[in-house]
Design a protein around this ligand. Structure first.
Ligand code: SF4
Length: 376
């Protein structure tokens, strides 16, 4: 029997978690908006250029950096309009444009000649079901899918944001975990799937992986969240700093009534006629009413996901510590005389359940442990 549950995407799930009312406007009422934040606009232009780079490489042609930058500026000029919103008034359209160019240059110089892995797909649409009955389905688009060796697949994601997420945040990332599920389904030989985020503006690449348990945990959480959305009868507003970028601020009851935004703690200035700037600054909010059960449920899901990831991360770190302790003990304790022998016992570390001698002066440190999440 055909499921009546829609095909979800990571952005659709995130929209509900961030603000159920915005979710309703976009996905249920299907209210169209033709404006776009300049961050998304710039990100789209950068994605286009990196897609062009790899499409040319697939055709055995390597475009120069100058060609790609020229393409970026052509696309920018062709697409830019007064529908592009600048929320951060301390920045200009030109400064965003320069950031995008910088992202392309850094990526190009870092990865040229781009032979680290074989590209399998660009803007590759993937779908995956969370359950056997095919009721909970998700879809998404992978920026670049690649094969790095027999059974080793890479999911590349380009970010143009100016800040790095925490390890815990990356480990709990749902979007690329969903893509991993899709890749594992499509390629039964996949013995390793690498999740790779390129933080282009910072010239940093973060790589992570997911264990089978972590994938299963994400699957369960996603099903629970879809259940919550499908069961929702009310879609309350959820005011936050993200309201500044919301396309529905003009019809949101928190802001649509003159003075309502101020009451909610958000000051909004009208855009100049024909201009591109939208000023919206978020001030400290007064005490908020107790959230409704639906809002609370979304918050708890988000919090639960973060905590799960942190717990898993700590378990991994604990296992690594145990291995390191065992290795050091094997190295330094074997062959030592028993404590009753003439030589005095080495001083104890102030904490810890095991007896470990202090490191001798000049003794080299242990090499750093391999971490599942690493950056370059
Ligand atoms: S302006 Fe804020 S509270 Fe209103 S719909 Fe948008 S995100 Fe939700």
């Amino acid at each position: 029997m055909q499921s009546s549950v829609p095909v979800y995407s990571h952005s659709r799930l995130s929209a509900f978690e961030k603000c159920p009312l915005q979710y309703r406007f976009r996905y249920l009422d299907k209210i169209k908006r033709d404006t776009q934040g300049i961050e998304a606009f710039m990100g789209n232009r950068v994605h286009e250029v990196l897609e062009k780079l790899y499409r040319d490489l697939l055709a055995a042609r390597r475009p120069s950096l100058d060609e790609l930058v020229a393409l970026y500026h052509r696309n920018w000029e062709a697409e830019f309009s007064d529908k592009v919103k600048i929320v951060r008034t301390e920045r200009t359209a030109e400064s965003y444009r320069e950031t995008g160019e910088d992202c392309i240059g850094k990526y190009y110089r870092r990865f040229e000649p781009f032979d680290q892995a074989s590209t399998l797909g660009l803007e590759e649409r993937v779908t995956v079901s969370m359950d056997e009955a095919n009721r909970y389905r998700l879809q998404g688009y992978i920026d670049r899918l690649a094969r790095a060796g027999d059974g080793v697949y890479e999911i590349h994601d380009y970010k143009t944001s100016a800040s790095l997420p925490s390890d815990a945040h990356l480990r709990s990332d749902r979007q690329l975990t969903i893509y991993q599920m899709a890749v594992q389904k499509r390629f039964p030989d996949a013995r390793e799937v690498r999740l790779i985020w390129h933080f282009l503006a910072l010239d940093r690449t973060l790589t992570s992986g997911r264990t089978d348990d972590e994938v299963a945990q994400h699957r369960r959480q996603t099903i629970r969240l879809i259940d919550a959305i499908e069961a929702a009868k009310a879609f309350p507003s959820k005011v936050s700093s993200l309201c500044r970028w919301c396309d529905y601020m003009d019809i949101c009851p928190e802001f649509a009534t003159p003075g309502a935004g101020a009451a909610a703690g958000v000051a909004v200035a009208t855009a100049p006629a024909g201009g591109v700037k939208v000023e919206a600054t978020v001030a400290p909010r007064p005490p908020q009413p107790v959230p409704g059960p639906l809002q609370r449920l979304a918050e708890l899901h988000e919090r639960r996901r973060t905590l799960d990831a942190q717990v898993d991360h700590l378990r991994g770190e604990q296992a690594g510590l145990d291995r390191e302790i065992a290795a050091i003990e094997a190295e330094v304790l074997v062959g030592l005389p028993p404590p009753s022998a003439a030589a005095p016992a080495a001083p104890m570390q102030p904490r810890g359940r095991r007896r470990i001698p202090e490191r001798a002066p000049g003794q080299t440190a242990e090499p750093p442990r391999q971490r599942q999440l690493f950056s370059t």
